[in-house]
Design a protein around this ligand. Structure first.
Ligand code: SIN
Length: 550
């Protein structure tokens, strides 16, 4: 096929971008209103939600309550979680779970029929509802996907990449998509929901799928939306240390430690006992740092699953056992090598309690958004919960907005710059450089020198990437894969710069953000860090970021 020299124009009612739990639930909750659900993945089985192992934290246990749950959320959030919103989330989560159960999502149950509840780090009670043992994401997403395909008001466009939002006078007018059958399309709509997930792929070691390139965050940033808390990236302590090639690392769920698995150093000692009163179930950032201190000095760290297997609980963790066996390891006879890996972004596009961003007609929910609930460190299994609850709130709010009659009143945006000299730019090696630099200097342990060195690498890479642009449109379909790669690298570099800049500015240590040069928490920094890009011109990307405190 030939890419058109002009973009086609289409009009959509409501657009939801992303097919994780937040996108699917939002699209379903909007029915019977017409929704175009756009995802860059093939079908609805991509993204991070499908990989979620632990489950959904909900205060439904006999000795539990939303206020207990909220207290644990605040404790983990290290002073930056909003108490009111955390309590509302815990309360509304119970209703969201009830709806899923009513719709037939097969959560695991005990013999007496009650929901089985797992314990994860920093939860004072067992409260994690799961399905298929540690296959919760798979079970949940396949149930939701079936519902989506059975809902006639939802049109699914897969393999469709959103290049940018079109925003004029602070109002969304639509977005530009790229797909292999149609090339570029300007889709007019005055109501767009971003549910594009996280940014894990900007680090070399990550539990996220390769498609987590921060597309939603990047396009919201370019559109001028307010962003917040970008420095707070959660590193999961126990990814299986199997590959060194930058591919996604399998997650060994924290629920394994809740069920008795223990961390061992290379001499077989339980080092977490000396590190924290809660030992292996200490908050995630504490465990991740304890492991990182050892692995960065060349020592190996292991997770021993034998207490779980010996106590007859192996059937609860089919995915963990499968991942180990695939890597040629036998968890019944040897501890498994683990490493921390980029896992969940607490920061994102700033939203209010209805998921509204600072741009009219633009909502965000799920990992791309920051609601202020997770603070500096998300409590385990609060993310599927937040995705569910906020997706429903967003749907309600979208419905309450009157439709703007003249979306696209400012006409078609310009055709995006297109690469025609790709041969001279090695996008894959550019991506590898970003990811390795981020893991080395913007990972679990950070310092001004390292952060500044990464910023200069990123500025340089962005200039190289911009040189790849040419005004000539590519003429054949074979370019499509490379073009997509280019679009993702564009997002990765921008998001990496924003995260690094935010990390450099926060001169303290708090939650998941640890600065070797500022190892203590500072009261002056007990605040969120907002950010907007003040220069929207692609050709002028050596911008300074404007930062405001709130
Ligand atoms: C896990 O199962 O350990 C991860 C769950 C989460 O990140 O919430």
């Amino acid at each position: 096929m030939q890419y058109r020299e002009n973009m086609a124009v289409q009009t959509d009612n409501i657009i939801v971008v992303g097919s994780g739990v937040a996108g699917l639930v939002c699209a379903l909750a909007l029915a019977p209103r017409r929704v175009t659900l756009i995802t860059k993945t093939n079908g609805l089985a991509g993204g991070s939600s499908v990989l979620a192992k632990g489950g959904i934290a909900v205060a439904v246990g006999a000795d539990d309550s939303p206020s207990n749950h909220a207290r644990d959320t605040l404790q983990a959030g290290a002073g930056l979680s909003d108490p009111e919103k955390a309590l509302e989330l815990a309360e509304d989560g119970i209703e969201s779970l009830r709806l899923l159960v009513e719709k037939g999502v097969p959560f695991d149950r005990a013999l007496d029929g009650t929901l089985e509840l797992a314990r994860e780090a920093a939860h004072t009670r067992p409260r994690v509802v799961h399905a298929g043992g540690d296959s919760t994401g798979e079970v949940l997403i396949s149930s939701l996907a079936r519902m989506v395909f059975a809902t006639p008001s939802i049109q699914v466009l897969d393999n469709t990449f959103v290049y940018d939002l079109a925003v004029n006078d602070g109002q969304v007018e639509g977005l530009i998509t790229l797909d292999p059958d149609n090339g570029w399309i300007f889709r007019q709509s005055s109501r767009v929901v971003l549910a594009t997930g996280g940014i894990g792929t900007i680090w070399w070691q990550t539990t996220n799928p390769i498609e987590s390139t921060g597309d939603g965050l990047a396009m919201a940033a370019r559109a001028g939306a307010k962003l917040a808390d970008l420095e707070f990236m959660q590193f999961h302590p126990t990814a299986l240390a199997v590959t060194g090639d930058g591919a996604r690392l399998p997650l060994l769920t924290e629920a394994l430690r809740g069920a008795g698995a223990v961390l061992l150093d290379q001499s077989g000692q339980r080092f977490m006992i000396a590190e924290h009163d809660d030992a292996d179930l200490a908050p995630r950032d504490v465990v991740a740092r304890a492991i990182q201190h050892r692995t960065s000095s060349g020592q190996a760290v292991y997770l021993d699953l034998r207490p779980v297997i010996d106590s007859g609980q192996a059937t609860l963790f089919p995915r963990a056992l499968e991942a180990a066996r695939k890597a040629g390891l036998d968890p019944a006879s040897q501890p498994l090598p683990v490493t921390p890996a980029a896992h969940y972004h607490m920061g994102g596009v700033q939203v209010d309690r209805n998921g509204r961003t600072s741009i009219n007609g633009l909502w965000a929910c799920g990992e791309v958004a920051t609601t202020g609930i997770h603070g500096a460190n998300r409590l385990a299994s609060n993310s599927l919960l937040e995705g569910l609850v906020y997706a429903q709130r967003v749907a309600k709010d979208v419905c309450s907005q009157s439709v703007r009659k003249r979306a696209g009143a400012h006409g078609k945006p310009d055709l995006p710059p297109i690469i025609s000299i790709l041969a001279s730019v090695d996008l894959n090696s550019m991506l590898d450089t970003v990811r390795q630099s981020m893991s080395e200097f913007v990972g679990i342990l950070r310092s001004a020198n390292g952060l500044e060195s990464v910023l200069s690498v990123l500025v340089d890479l962005d200039l190289q990437r911009q040189k790849a642009n040419s005004p000539l449109p590519p003429t054949d379909f074979a370019m499509h894969g490379a073009l997509l790669r280019y679009c993702e690298v564009r997002n990765v570099v921008l998001v990496a710069r924003l995260v690094t800049q935010a990390a450099l500015q926060r001169e303290e240590s708090r939650g998941a953000h640890f600065r070797d040069d500022f190892p203590n928490t500072r009261s002056t920094w007990e605040r969120h860090q907002e950010m907007t890009i003040n220069c929207l011109d692609e050709g002028d990307r050596a911008e300074v970021f404007r930062v405001a405190a709130s």
